[in-house]
Structure formats: C-alpha cells, structure tokens
Design a protein around this ligand. Structure first.
Ligand code: SAM
Length: 303
C-alpha cells in the first residue's frame, strides 16, 4: 500500500497479514487510507515493537489475528440480536478463555496485532505513551493488572518508572508478558505474578495500568476500589475499557463512556483526563447512536 511505503516493517506486516487473511483487504485499506500521515508514523513505531515481540512467530500471530476476527464476529452477531454479551460470569470466562492455554494464546496473539490494525487500539497506545506515561513518578513502582500480551507493560518499563509489576489471572498471559519483556531486553526490576484482582495482595504502587480488564469483571466498581487501595495517595491510574464491545470474555456491558468515567470517580479517583476512540475511527456521534465500540480512557489520581 502506497501510504505505508516509507515504513518497511509496517509494510511487511501489512503484506503478511493480507497473505494469510486476504478477505481483510478492504478493511485494512480503509483503515490506513483514513489515517493521517502522523498516525501512520505512530503505528509504524508500534509495528517495530510488535515485530520484535513476535520474533519467529509472526506468521502464526497473523493467522491468530484472522482467527480472532472470526470470534469477534460471532460475538457481534449475538450482541446485535440480543443487546447483551454472551457470557455473564467470571467463572465462564475463566473456564473457556483464561484457563485454556490454546484459546488464550491465539487470543493474546490476535489482540497484540489488533494494536496495528484497529484504529481505536493504536490510538489508545499512542495516548498511553504521550499522555499517561509522562505522569508516572520518576523511579516509582508501576503495576499493570491484566498485562496479557505485555505491550503496555513493556512501554511502562521504558518510562521513568523504577520497577514494573504485572498481575494476571491467566498463566498464558503471564508467559506472554514475560516473553515480551525478554524479547524487548527490559533491564529494570520486573515481578510477574498470578493474581485475580478481586483477591489482590495488599501492596502499594505509585502508578497503575488497567487496560481492557474492567469489562471482564462481574463487579467492576469493587475492583476499582481495590485498585484505589493499591495506589499511594496521589498515584496515577490509566483505565481503558470499551463500551458496546462484545468479545469471548467480556461479561460487563458498559453502554456509554460516562458509565466508565463515573465508576472510576466513584471508586475514589479524581478524574484528570478522559478520551474516547470509536471503533473503525467512526465519528463519536455515530458510534454512540449505532452502539459501536468506543474505547474509553480515564486518567485519574488516587485521592
Ligand atoms: C484483553 S486482555 C488485555 C491485555 C492488555 N492489557 C491490553 O489492554 O491489550 C485482558 C487480560 O486481563 C486478564 N484478566 C481478566 N480478568 C482478570 C482478573 N479478574 N484479574 C486479573 N487479570 C484478569 C486476562 O487474563 C487477560 O490477560
């Protein structure tokens, strides 16, 4: 594709993706035709990281992305017919997704590549780098709950944080995060531990990432209160959760961005900034009207 020519890694990944998933051509063409040159440059930087994390598995990861889009389509059909997510309990999500190493590996591989191919996902990462990471305390301790593929924890490790910790309920996710940090040569102190956020140990951190986990929980407000208790006063939190976003392990339906923002505030955070990125880069009014996915970001301070 012409617009990508200046970026050899991104061009290579684009060509590989279409080789294993030719039916995605219209979607990917439109995604980049509608993106500014500046944004394509930002995605090209992410492509360098994704390629290094993927290593020899790049082709498998591109195939797993194609597999993920099929799973998402099935969930979308259910959502459009019923107005609800298919699953409603954590037990079902754990049994069918987090504790199934084969499903979970494909899922995390697909989500990793979605950060290049889905405009809302790449814009969340750009926002995280530009707007949140500079707020992290110099030399401070940073926690991510639910790091999954490890991309955001790697970026936090690149910031001025002194140490990074990842807690995830899935052993497969912890393995992926470990591999990502190793592949990227992170040298800072790292702790990766299996924990469900609802039974988190009582530790204290200076900053926290909680990205695409809130909608996986039966009682998201309770989880946010636990996150508040994990942060030192004045600590910063980055919450990213999607509204109207059916997926194989989403159980809590947020119907508009305000529902997420209000919940973060109710849990004891001062809201510093919010941002919305609709799926397929749709205009926000259209996304609200048609109940399309809207990636919602809330940056808060523990008060
Ligand atoms: C969709 S992935 C998000 C990965 C990454 N944070 C991102 O934004 O792309 C969700 C991750 O949250 C983890 N997770 C789900 N429920 C959890 C819980 N109750 N406690 C801790 N981790 C959880 C899953 O195992 C998975 O690794």
């Amino acid at each position: 594709m012409n617009k990508l020519e200046a970026y050899p890694t991104l061009s290579r990944l684009y060509d590989l993706q279409l080789e294993v998933f030719p039916a995605h051509e219209d979607f990917l063409k439109r995604r980049f035709e509608n993106s500014s040159d500046e944004h394509i440059g930002e995605v090209a930087q992410l492509a360098e990281i994704v390629e290094r994390i993927a290593g020899y598995n790049l082709r498998v990861i591109a195939e797993d992305y194609a597999w993920l889009t099929d799973r998402m389509l099935e969930e979308e059909y259910h959502f459009r017919r019923t107005g609800k997510y298919r699953l409603s309990t954590f037990e079902e999500a754990e049994r069918t997704v987090y504790a199934d190493p084969v499903f979970m590996q494909k899922y995390m591989n697909g989500v990793l590549l979605s950060h290049l191919w889905w405009g809302n996902h790449s814009r969340v990462i750009v926002y995280f780098r530009r707007q949140f990471l500079p707020l992290i305390r110099e030399g401070g301790s940073h926690l991510e709950v639910g790091p999954g593929h490890g991309l955001l924890l790697y970026l936090a490790a690149q910031s001025q944080a002194g140490s990074v910790t990842g807690w995830d309920v899935s052993e497969t996710s912890l393995k992926n995060t470990r591999n990502a940090l190793q592949a990227m040569g992170v040298e800072k102190p790292i702790a990766l531990e299996a924990h469900n956020i609802v039974n988190a140990p009582s530790q204290k951190f200076d900053s926290l990432t909680f990205s695409e986990v809130l909608e996986h929980l039966e009682e998201p407000l309770e989880a946010l209160k636990i996150l508040r208790s994990l942060l030192n006063e004045g600590g910063k939190i980055f919450v990213h959760a999607p509204v109207n976003s059916p997926a194989p392990d989403h159980i809590y339906l947020f119907e508009d961005p305000e529902a997420i923002i209000d919940m973060v505030e109710q849990a004891g955070f001062k809201i510093e900034k919010t941002e919305c990125f609709p799926g397929m880069d749709a205009p926000i009014d259209r996304a609200r009207k048609l109940k399309l996915t809207i990636s919602t970001i809330v940056v808060g301070t523990a008060i």
